[in-house]
Design a protein around this ligand. Structure first.
Ligand code: NDP
Length: 283
């Protein structure tokens, strides 16, 4: 499954809608990305997001306070972005320095501008099956499934990993599409669960944890993991070559889910701009 190609298609769809919004409504979606400190991986991710935002025609801002910023000062920054009508989406790149509580910061972002879908209100709406802003990575996985014509209804879906940003929302989105969902974590009998999966989504962060021999023949395998090996090579959480021999579809790492995450962030920002940017601001 070529995530890069699907992601390019999503970005092209977003760009076409941005062009129309500008022309018909004079509205340019705006995305503000907050990156605290000098985490090298965060810098790479944020650069990718900024580049994509520019390509689809958004206004974008990177706010880059230094590592030592206090939680109170960071909250003040978030409040300013919340109040700025040119900003439709706010993304706070994780991880944050240890002295800052990410839950406090995530909860401070206005839910309407929470384009990561991490705010408790958006996460709660997903749980309740309501329409809401969806976490970008699982949202991207759902789009990949759609692209290959994989309808989760009635299938056994196994999600490995229960984080709030990938595993849990992934399981809820699959459930909403009527899959029979199992969530695995560090205490699960992993092999037994994986062997029964028609759709397998792995988001753990352990290189090649899931073995090719465990994959059910014909399964759809989505590998969210991104792990750097000592030789510098990037690999997923699934043994790729051996799994590809058994799976009907499998995402590579890199070039699978990663580009979809950024593309769905563009989608979420556009949707936030349409939903709230077109509504007259009540002062
Ligand atoms: P977390 O570390 O927050 O969660 C990892 C999960 O994996 C936990 O639920 C943990 O279980 C579970 N786990 C750990 N070891 C095992 C094991 N041996 N067997 C089964 N489950 C296990 O990670 P994230 O969800 O944030 O990220 C997961 C991976 O996805 C990482 O590699 C990350 O880099 C990547 N990622 C990729 C993105 C992309 O765009 N491609 C976006 C986001 C993440 P427990 O809860 O019991 O501890």
């Amino acid at each position: 499954m070529d995530g890069k190609a699907v992601a390019a298609r999503v970005r092209a769809e977003v760009k076409a809608e941005v062009d129309r919004l500008k022309l018909e409504h004079g509205l340019t979606p705006g995305l503000a990305v907050v990156r605290v400190g000098e985490d090298p991986a965060s810098k790479v991710y944020v650069n990718g997001k900024k580049k994509a935002a520019e390509e689809v025609g958004f206004r974008s801002w990177e706010l880059h306070p230094d590592e030592g910023i206090t939680q109170a000062a960071l909250l003040e920054l978030i409040h300013q972005l919340n109040a700025d009508p040119a900003v439709h989406g706010i993304l706070v790149q994780l991880p944050l320095p240890r002295h800052i509580d990410p839950d406090v910061i995530i909860s401070a972002v206005k839910p309407e501008k929470d384009v990561d879908g991490f705010h408790p209100l958006n996460a709660g709406n997903l749980l309740l099956g309501r329409s809401t802003t969806r976490a970008c990575t699982p949202y991207g996985v759902m789009r990949l499934l759609e692209e290959i014509g994989c309808d989760p209804a009635g299938k056994r879906a196994v999600v490995v990993g229960r984080s709030n940003i990938v595993g849990k929302p992934m399981a809820l989105m699959l459930l909403q599409k009527n899959a029979t969902v199992t969530i695995c974590h560090s205490k699960s009998d992993l092999r037994r669960e994986v062997e029964g999966a028609d759709i397998l989504v792995v988001a753990v962060g352990v290189a090649e944890l899931v073995k090719g021999a465990w994959i059910k023949p014909g399964a759809v395998v989505i590998d969210v993991g991104m792990n750097r090996k000592p030789d510098g090579k990037l690999v997923g959480d699934v043994e790729f070559a051996a799994s590809a021999e058994r799976a009907s579809f499998i995402t590579p790492v890199p070039g699978g889910v990663g580009p979809m995450t950024i593309a769905m962030l563009m989608r979420n920002t556009l949707d936030a701009a349409v939903r709230y940017g077109l509504v007259p601001v009540v002062k």
